[in-house]
Design a protein around this ligand. Structure first.
Ligand code: CA
Length: 428
């Protein structure tokens, strides 16, 4: 089935500003609550949020096999579970109805008033009920940078890294939607030169600039997903800030890996951009230094996507400071390889599971994806527009990640993934 929704020549009767992340070719999916307290699944074109529950009730999905309440839910999990054929039919139909040449809804004011909202008048909610969250560690540059800082240049990459898409099981309950403030976490840390830990708020709160992909129900327990089939089970992607408390992490992570230094919060952007919408932005993934084992050998070489990503620090005076400019395509392991590896032991993946890419660092100093790397473990403080310096984040700092794909015809964006650091809570 063709992805007619991606037709770059299509224009919408809804206005889309120049350089907008959400032209009619995007059609992402999210969940929002209206001023009248109605929670619905929706999409977005330009500055309009579109209530797909109402759209469906008024018959605009006629002919597509969908249950009556599929969009009148507080998560996309059931829709995602319907699979790629349904996602594609639904996106194609939305594109068709909002096409400038189609009068059906365009000329029906009563229906427009029920279906279309100003995006500033709705509140975005978490789009999925995240069952499980896995975080990979798939940027060679990031793994090397961290390795150099902690183990020295000669042992920077661990011996397994070029053979395995390294990952760990994260915490799903603390995944929050963009805009949710984050309290500085408490924990145990080991001060430099000491042998016993102290308790208090983390002093080293960091970002991890990542993307995450969301899966549909992919396999039964015991059945691995072949690497060349894995993409079929990926619904779409979001921007992802995997907040990290480096001092807590450093003291706790041996031998079982990250725990409380990571699980206090992770922020995602609210609109899931489908893999179908990203299809025109495929590109070659980095050549792999060592041929991976057969179950990780992907036939297609254009298994990654050219997504430009920037992170900013907004200080309380409103200054926007660019921290980094990176790209999803720098990642060494593809999403298909990650998913094939995740399931090779028979682990089952479900609709609404989320997989983080790992911090996305590029080859240059200004393309690193964490403050740990940008300020090189505190050795190279970053000077902001207001003259203050940062090595990690202060209370009141607002971290904003943006991402988009662009070619000569169209720009497909992810919107924003933001989170502001608040002071630690008062302990009881
Ligand atoms: Ca991470």
């Amino acid at each position: 089935m063709q992805i007619t929704a991606n037709n770059p020549d299509r224009k919408s009767w809804l206005e889309t500003p120049e350089n907008c992340d959400f032209p009619i070719q995007n059609i992402p999916f999210g969940v929002f609550i209206t001023k009248d307290d109605i929670i619905t699944i929706g999409t977005r074109i330009g500055e309009c949020a579109i209530d797909l529950g109402a759209f469906h009730q008024l018959g605009y999905f006629e002919g597509i096999p969908l249950t009556d309440d599929i969009f009148m839910q507080d998560s996309l999990n059931d829709f995602i579970a319907d699979g790629r054929k349904t996602w594609r039919l639904v996106r194609n139909r939305i594109a068709d109805v909002f096409d400038a040449k189609n009068p059906k809804l365009r000329d029906n004011k009563a229906h427009r008033d029920i279906i279309i909202f100003d995006v500033n008048e709705v509140e975005m909610l978490l789009p999925i009920d995240v069952g499980d969250y896995t975080d990979f560690y798939s940027s060679k540059e990031h793994a090397t940078n961290v390795g150099v800082m902690f183990r020295g240049k000669d042992n920077a990459l661990m011996p397994n890294w070029l053979h395995i898409p390294v990952g760990y099981h994260g915490r799903a309950s603390s995944i929050v939607v963009s805009g949710t403030p984050i309290h500085r976490p408490y924990g145990q840390t080991l001060p430099q030169g000491e042998s016993t830990p102290v308790f208090g708020p983390s002093k080293l709160v960091d970002m991890e600039v990542e993307t995450a992909f969301i899966t549909t129900a992919a396999n039964h327990l015991g059945e691995p997903i072949p690497v060349d089939e894995a993409e079929e089970y990926i619904f779409g992607m979001v921007l992802f800030n995997d907040w990290s408390a480096r001092d807590i992490q450093k003291w706790e992570y041996v031998p079982l890996g990250p725990f409380l230094g990571k699980s206090f919060a992770s922020t995602i952007s609210p609109w899931i951009v489908t893999m179908d919408a990203l299809e025109p932005f495929r590109c070659e993934s980095p050549k792999q230094d060592i041929k991976p084992l057969p179950y990780l050998q992907q036939t297609r070489t254009d298994g990654t996507f050219d997504v430009k990503i920037k992170a900013f620090l907004e200080t309380e005076n409103g200054d926007l400071n660019l921290l980094t400019t990176t790209n999803f395509k720098y990642l060494y392991w593809t999403m298909a390889q990650q998913l094939a590896h995740h399931t090779i032991n028979g682990c089952n993946v479900r609709a609404g599971d989320m997989m983080g890419s790992g911090t996305i660092s590029g080859p240059t100093q200004n393309s690193f994806g964490s403050m740990l790397e940008l300020a090189w473990a505190g050795k190279k403080p970053i000077t902001l527009k207001d003259g203050t310096q940062r090595v990690f984040f202060n209370d009141g700092d607002n971290v904003i990640i943006r991402g988009y794909c662009e070619n000569e015809n169209v720009r497909i964006g992810f919107g924003k993934c933001t989170g502001k650091i608040l002071p630690p809570v008062t302990l009881k």
